[in-house]
Design a protein around this ligand. Structure first.
Ligand code: FAD
Length: 457
């Protein structure tokens, strides 16, 4: 980067700015997926909306390639540029809960755990994802589903307003009444429309929840999945449960004899009276005797952090996604085949339910384009060893392609790699044209293109 440009950045930005070769640079460019190795010319670690406005104006004026980093969890590494400038929000993590209004105002670089922790002190929560280290930024803008989705909807269904720095460096607040088109697009359209410096969410009374884990040997995938596809959609909306194929991790609560075994199973979250979970899950053995079944009441943030230690930053990740409105017998055959061929101990497949409360929002009320889906699936190849990068990618791509004909066509934008424009179009379906027109209005030069990009109409 030109020295004059660099010095001018230093003079105007309050947070640290780092460039290649400088102290702190390699730490600042490290992201969750260690398969990504990009080197921006400058990483601007913003501390407030003022810094973000300055950085955006600066990048636009100097023709810099720009990326925006929230929690850094994007599988495709969309939060970093190679060359250009990364606007890093990871120092902006403050949360302010208003217990009277039942809302939380959350800074754009916060992680889910920041929100869960602050809200839990008031016995409140809002639906988000299943790992506390994921960024609220990327997760929310893509839609956001997790343990409370059937009960309280997607994360975007609970978004009340957003403070946004637009491509021209101006600042707006978007909600149902102000910048209504922008607010619509932010609820599923990804990071295409600007840098969100603050999100305001509606909170719900969630304190302790009933948590359960049930697993069966992987050979039983066909009968378990047949049972699950019938059981969950008709269960009360307080019951959430994502289906998974995985290798049992070597630790509690699993008994030693299961460690390292391939299994299929469900992770349950019961949002009603925690002690009632056993009653709700009384039918589980209809799927056949589980190898392990465990339930317990648990503070909600503890559930949200349950998988964090298993999946630390710095692993190799390759993932793909797909939406399903049914689980066909053919799909079940493929799940059994690829489940049996899991390449590494951490690789996994999840089917997250996106029905219940998420289905009570109208199909065109937000940019989230799959209100008719019952599940959002992810095929995730994961391993610490870069030597296994090829194997995890091959398994993930093979699995997702085998399921493609049984799926609805697109994928959750937050579970996509770099898969091309056609795939982005299938993901936004009937909303693509409107999103593209809104993009033209708010970012005609496509300054914000390091995302699953919606080109301006
Ligand atoms: P980043 O890589 O920082 O950003 C991703 C994209 O969002 C980039 O394009 C970036 O520019 C943009 N962006 C981020 N913050 C902002 C902002 N404030 N303003 C404007 N643009 C922004 N998703 C779920 O819905 N449910 C889950 O349960 C779930 N579990 C996950 C578990 C793990 C371990 C991982 C790695 C991911 C999971 N995801 C889940 C997917 C997750 O939603 C995406 O990876 C998401 O992109 C992460 O957001 P981030 O801010 O951490 O990522």
């Amino acid at each position: 980067m030109d020295t004059a440009i660099r010095e001018s950045l230093n003079d105007t930005i309050r947070g640290p700015v780092t460039a290649p070769g400088e102290p702190g640079y390699d730490e600042a460019r490290a992201i969750y997926n260690a398969m990504i190795d990009k080197c921006p010319d400058a990483i601007v670690q913003c501390v407030d909306a003022g810094d973000v406005m300055t950085a955006v104006r600066f990048g636009a004026r100097n023709g810099l390639d720009i990326a925006v980093r929230g929690g850094g969890h994007s599988g495709a590494g969309l939060c970093l540029t190679d060359g250009g400038m990364t606007i890093d929000l990871s120092a902006m993590r403050g949360v302010r809960v208003d217990p009277v209004a039942g809302t939380a105002q959350v800074a754009g670089g916060a992680q889910l755990g920041d929100l869960d922790h602050a809200a839990h002190a008031f016995g409140l929560a809002t639906p988000s994802g299943i790992n506390s280290t994921t960024g609220v930024g990327g997760l929310t803008l893509g839609g956001g589903h997790g343990h409370l989705t059937r009960t309280y909807g997607l994360t975007v269904d609970n978004l009340l307003s957003a403070d946004v720095v637009l491509a021209d460096g101006s600042f707006v607040t978007a909600d149902e009444n102000r910048e209504a088109d922008l607010f619509w697009a932010l609820r599923g359209g990804g990071g295409n429309y600007g840098v969100v410096t603050s999100f305001t969410y509606r909170l719900h009374p969630v304190d302790n929840v009933g948590v359960g884990i049930t697993v069966w040997p992987v050979e039983r995938t066909p009968e378990v999945l047949r049972w699950y596809r019938d059981f969950l959609p008709q269960a009360t909306e307080d019951l959430n449960g994502f289906f998974a194929i995985l290798v049992v991790p070597p630790g509690p609560p699993f008994p030693e004899e299961l460690h390292g075994r391939k299994v299929c199973g469900v992770v349950w979250c019961w949002a009603g009276e925690p002690e009632q979970i056993d009653k709700e899950l009384a039918g589980v053995s209809d799927a056949g005797q589980p190898a392990f079944h465990f339930t317990t009441p648990m503070p909600y943030p503890q559930l949200q952090t349950m998988f964090d230690a298993l999946l630390p930053s710095g692993l190799q990740w390759y993932w793909r996604g797909a939406f399903f409105d049914r689980i066909t017998d053919k799909a079940i055959e493929e799940h059994a085949r690829y489940g049996d061929a899991i390449p590494t101990g951490l690789s996994t497949m999840h089917l997250y339910p996106v029905d219940g409360a998420a289905h009570r929002v109208g199909p065109d009320d937000t940019a989230w384009s799959y209100r008719d889906a019952l599940w959002s699936g992810v095929f995730a190849g994961i391993d610490p060893d870069p030597a296994n990068a090829g194997a995890i990618k091959d398994w993930c791509v093979g699995y997702s392609e085998a399921l493609q004909p049984e799926s609805m066509g697109g994928a959750y934008v937050n579970f996509m790699m770099d898969e091309g424009q056609e795939r982005v179009r299938s993901t936004y379906r009937h909303h693509f044209d409107r999103l593209s027109r809104i993009k033209r209005a708010y970012d005609p030069d496509n300054l914000f293109h390091a995302n699953q990009n919606i080109e301006p109409a």
